[in-house]
Design a protein. Structure first.
Length: 298
């Protein structure tokens, strides 16, 4: 993979910023395109802030952060981002939106080696159908926070070539990540398993089985999970969890993935987890504080 030819990341949200930051730290020339002009203005500062935090924690050297800063650009149009060897879309989980993005990428980057999606649940095959060459369309599912999480799911669509899968896996490894290869099944491996556990934890909370903190503690101490399912849901975003649940319930026709009423209510109230400051927990930055009203069992 050409680090000089570089990476184009589409979407400047939490995942897009995280992916771009890791790519630049790994030596790739990285362009980040965000369609919203207001959000675009703060992108470079947001990415740089994540590097400063990593430097302060001793996880990244000051020289590496400075070098990465010289590799990041925030173009005002996709045309300005060309050329690129790798394109990674990280826009919201809407199949129609992502298909429009892939149609545009197919037109703009006919020579790109990989057209990748960071989707956590949508069909790679359906995205590939929006292009003239679905053999180069692949899933690259990163995890939040991108800088800290070592896993990347490499998702093979029905028409994704074996060469594309291997190039995607090597690219993930070049970022210091560990790739796993999965078929294009609804929810892939991680979203399907993680969602099943998360939804059951929410149902237990609804039923008063235990508090959010105690449900999480049960999995952390009893099963060795680094983070419990409700805290993880807050970190992922309850709106994202709800979207994935609805997608899997429809795709698999399976009530295991029917979203609990509590999840729908929290999302409707804007209490979508860490990014909103409150979900099943109250948050201060990356740190969960006292349990929210929903998390208490008094």
């Amino acid at each position: 993979m050409s680090r000089e030819l570089g990476v184009l990341v589409l979407g400047g949200g939490t995942m897009g910023r995280g992916i771009a930051g890791v790519c630049a730290l790994s030596g790739y020339r990285t362009a980040v395109f965000e369609a919203d002009p207001a959000a675009r203005r703060g992108l470079r500062d947001a990415i740089a802030a994540s590097w400063r935090s990593a430097v302060a924690k001793g996880k990244v050297s000051p020289d590496a952060a400075e070098a990465a800063g010289n590799l990041v650009s925030v173009p005002e149009s996709l045309e300005e981002a060309r050329p690129a060897a790798i394109a990674i879309e990280a826009v919201p989980e809407s199949l129609d939106l992502k298909r429009r993005v892939f149609e545009e990428l197919d037109r703009l980057l006919p020579d790109a080696e990989l057209l990748a999606s960071n989707t956590s649940s949508l069909s790679i095959g359906a995205l590939g159908e929006a292009t003239r060459d679905p053999s180069r369309v692949v899933g690259l599912h990163f995890f939040n926070p991108v800088a800290a999480m070592p896993l990347v799911e490499v998702v093979r669509g029905e028409k994704t070539s074996a060469g594309t899968v291997e190039r995607a896996a090597r690219f993930a490894e070049s970022l210091g990540k560990t790739p796993i290869r999965v078929a294009d099944s609804p929810g892939f491996a991680t979203s399907r398993l993680g969602l099943a556990l998360g939804l059951e934890a929410i149902r237990m909370l609804e039923e008063g089985v235990a508090s959010a903190a105690d449900i999480d503690r049960a999995m952390e101490l009893g099963y060795g999970h680094r983070m419990g399912p409700l805290k993880t849901s807050d970190l992922v975003g309850l709106d994202v969890r709800l979207a994935i649940a609805d997608a899997l319930a429809a795709a698999l026709d399976d009530r295991r993935f029917a979203a609990p009423a509590l999840l729908r209510r929290l999302v409707s109230e804007g209490r979508v987890g860490r990014k909103a400051g409150e979900g099943f927990y109250r948050w201060e930055g990356d740190r969960p504080l006292e349990k929210s009203g929903e998390a208490r069992r008094e």
